[in-house]
Write a protein that binds this ligand. Structure first.
Ligand code: GDP
Ligand code: MN
Length: 378
């Protein structure tokens, strides 16, 4: 799950990481009022996507008039398909140097990779390609206390002053505590700025969280922004279906996440394009299959649907009943290609056949058929 910059700033503040003053607003008038008294103001789009500054979503303003015009321009802006509904006004900090300070979950190291550079502000992905040695890395482990000496030496690679290193040490420890306490998968401060007065301060914040751990953190789960997901994804979550929208034309209903991914791979392999990832889960009841088809059929791009079931705990007769139920409830105008094998496959097929539906047992054949049904490989 992603959150907005203002939400990340709220968490930074709560955990003792210094940030410049900020207020969330949704009209140009409010922006002017909220920033009254600040010498210079940064007006920032709040959207759940990166590259916002580059897209013109971050602007400095030197007086109330400028705050108003900047706010007018940014509110309603389209940034990578997302409309700006809210903006942040910040008390602009003078900047002597911009650092990047970030943490990312690193499964291969079973730890958290801390990243730091004195070439912050810019696109960190770009820096990683063009000048990777400028990004310093250190692994932190969730079950071990931070080795402060080692951390201080690490910070010294990009932060020269002793006082600044001390501030960065406190901030890094706080960010690590926040990261662990919330089961984050990513935390980034870019720029982590040095002011001419020698203060180290977060001027931007980004955090992502592990969806599977949100149940442990209701206060983080409550930060969810509905605009992060498509309407279909929201409905699927409510129906306990694991669903992700994709941009192809083949709807997919599969049992098991691994099989669902393999199915997408195979569709791609044969030149097709999946419209979604969907795992109906282990012990699928018929209603779940009907719910899944309902969500898939609302997508006007879908030209054919592949049902791929390998029954273990899932019973093929349950799936067959779900398909018939869906046919009764919905107007299914696109071809259904069904591959049905495993537990109770004979019963399942008999149910389908009595309703005039055919099921195959070979996945390659089924994938080729569904691609043919959409008009052939792309
Ligand atoms: P992003 O590009 O979407 O990550 O947006 P940022 O919040 O990182 O801002 C982009 C750039 O705007 C920063 O790298 C800074 O150069 C500038 N900026 C942001 N906040 C401030 C501020 O408080 N003072 C000054 N002087 N510049 C700022
Ligand atoms: Mn930034």
């Amino acid at each position: 799950m992603k959150i907005h910059e203002y939400q990340a700033r709220d968490l930074f503040r709560q955990f003792g990481i210094p940030v410049n003053d900020y207020k969330l607003v949704s009209t140009p008038r409010e922006a002017v009022t909220a920033s009254g008294g600040w010498k210079q103001v940064v007006v920032k789009a709040q959207v759940l996507t990166g590259g916002r500054g580059k897209a013109g979503g971050v602007k400095l303003a030197d007086n109330a008039g400028e705050v108003e015009t900047r706010a007018e321009k940014i509110l309603g802006m389209d940034i990578k398909g997302r409309r700006v509904e809210k903006i942040l006004v910040c008390d602009a900090a003078p900047i002597a140097r911009e650092h990047y300070l970030g943490m990312v979950l690193d499964r291969s190291r079973q730890g958290i990779t801390l990243m730091l550079t004195d070439q912050g502000g810019v696109d960190i992905e770009e820096l990683a390609v063009n000048n990777p040695e400028a990004i310093h890395k250190m692994t932190l482990y969730p079950h071990l206390p931070i080795d402060e000496k080692a951390l201080d030496a690490f910070l010294g690679k990009a932060i020269p002053g002793e006082s600044q290193r001390k501030q960065a040490l406190i901030a890094t420890k706080a960010l690590f505590t926040l990261f662990l306490a919330t089961d984050a998968s990513l935390a980034e401060i870019n720029p982590y700025a040095l002011t001419p007065d020698g203060d180290m301060m977060a001027l931007d914040g980004k955090m992502n969280f592990d969806d599977s751990a949100l149940f442990k953190h209701p206060e983080i789960a409550a930060l969810r922004n509905p605009e992060e997901d498509s309407a279909d994804e929201i409905e699927a979550r409510e129906k306990n279906l694991s669903f992700v929208s994709l941009d192809g034309d083949i709807g997919c209903v599969v049992n098991g996440a691994g099989l669902a991914m393999a199915t997408l791979d195979l569709i791609k392999h044969y030149g097709g394009n999946p419209a979604n990832f969907l795992d109906v889960g282990g012990s699928s009841n018929p209603q779940k299959v009907a719910d899944a088809l309902n969500i898939i059929l609302r997508n006007p791009k879908v030209k054919a649907i592949l049902i791929n079931i390998f029954g273990g705990i899932t019973r093929c007769d349950d799936i067959a009943n779900g398909l018939l139920m869906a046919r009764e409830q919905l107007d299914i105008e696109v071809p259904l290609i069904i591959r049905l094998v495993g537990t109770n496959q004979i019963e399942g097929r008999a149910i389908l056949e009595s309703a005039g539906l055919k099921a195959g047992d070979d996945l390659d054949d089924a994938v080729k058929s569904v691609i043919a049904a959409t008009g052939g490989a792309a």
